[in-house]
Design a protein. Structure first.
Length: 326
């Protein structure tokens, strides 16, 4: 069976962008593939984290996976920091990666601009991500558009290692859905919806108060020409709402445009908020069942036992090829 894997960082509230870009895809694919999903807590500390916050966010993200419909019987769910082979492999790959490749990464350039005292981890972050994937012979990696460049680097590193040391790593492919690969901020639809955006009115978090969510969508930035048409360049706000609606209803963009052909922006926004609110209400109901539940520790235990065995096997092969004697 082909394998898929993804990870999310436990850095606070998970947004509708995270859901559409990564979690929803995993949920749909879990019936067809051998699925792995983890909490990228090592990636989270590339920027400063408070201990208690990190712990809380990690538990909450796990509860949210379950609440979103990630089935623990169909997925291997684990904690990145618990599996030592991720960082071990990462070091070896670091020694096969060029500084220039890392400093070119868009995400690194953006994040390092925000704080002049950025850490080395922020630079080497994509190598750890490559290790997460390459340890398990993954075929597809469901992610949002913003991770595509990191996936390309992963492929380059795998090919480089295979060429130098012989066939070792499977070359993974990104799995990016057509619509909703990049959900934009509601207030400023030219930037990505991200939990770190300053204006919270522009982002929808899965655990946001439902009335607030309606308000945020109803006041989303649009334009003045009153046509519901997909045109990201000239109509970024409306196109973003079309993307959200299309992803959550599984309708094509064409179908959405037809559905709202003679409708006004208010009617369209109401329809978008209805589907978002329906989804969030379901998730929030489920979330209450899982948050603080013992189930999570049991799931993590199963996940770490399985992934340690698999990752060790790959790492031993790598170690041996590199020339470490034991
Ligand atoms: P992060 O929040 O950086 O841990 O992202 C977790 C996953 O969500 C990654 O696969 C991202 O590509 C995806 N993602 C984050 N923001 C968005 C967005 N605005 N639209 C679509 N996918 C996103
Ligand atoms: N870098 C990803 C993000 O910030 C999270 C991540 C870490 C990841 N390792 C991964 C995603 C491996 C997919 C596969 O969103």
């Amino acid at each position: 069976m082909k394998k898929i894997l993804t990870g999310l960082q436990p850095t606070g509230n998970i947004t509708l962008g995270n859901y559409i870009g990564a979690i929803k895809q995993m949920k749909e694919l879990q019936n067809m593939y051998d699925s792995y999903i983890f909490v990228a807590d090592l990636h989270a500390i590339t920027v400063p984290q408070e201990r208690e916050n990190l712990r809380k966010n990690t538990y909450n993200l796990l509860a949210l996976y379950l609440a979103c419909g990630i089935d623990p019987n169909k997925n291997t769910i684990f904690l990145q920091s618990e599996n030592i082979y991720h960082t071990n492999l990462s070091w070896i790959l670091e020694c096969n990666t060029y500084y220039g490749e890392l400093s070119r990464m868009t995400q690194f350039k953006d994040k390092s601009k925000k704080n002049v005292n950025f850490t080395t981890g922020l630079l080497t972050y994509p190598i750890l991500m490559a290790s997460d994937i390459l340890l398990y012979d993954i075929d597809y990696v469901p992610v949002g558009q913003d991770q595509k460049q990191h996936l390309e680097l992963t492929r380059d590193l795998a090919e480089r290692f295979n060429k130098k040391y012989g066939d070792t790593f499977k070359i993974p492919e990104p799995y990016i859905s057509k619509t909703g690969t990049k959900i934009m901020d509601l207030v400023n639809p030219t930037i990505k919806m991200s939990k770190s955006n300053e204006n919270k009115k522009g982002i929808i978090c899965l655990l946001d108060d439902i009335d607030l969510v309606r308000k945020k969508i109803m006041s989303a930035t649009t334009d003045s020409d009153m046509i519901i048409k997909y045109d990201p360049e000239n109509k970024p706000g409306i196109s973003n709402l079309i993307n959200i609606y299309s992803s959550l209803t599984d309708k094509t963009i064409d179908e959405v445009e037809k559905e709202f052909i003679n409708k006004n922006y208010g009617e369209f926004k109401k329809a978008v908020s209805d589907v978002v609110v329906k989804l969030l209400s379901q998730i929030q109901n489920e979330y209450q069942k899982y948050v603080n539940s013992e189930l999570i520790d049991n799931i993590l235990q199963k996940g770490i036992e399985k992934t340690l065995i698999e990752a060790k096997k790959k790492y031993e092969d790598v170690k041996n090829k590199v020339g470490f004697i034991r």
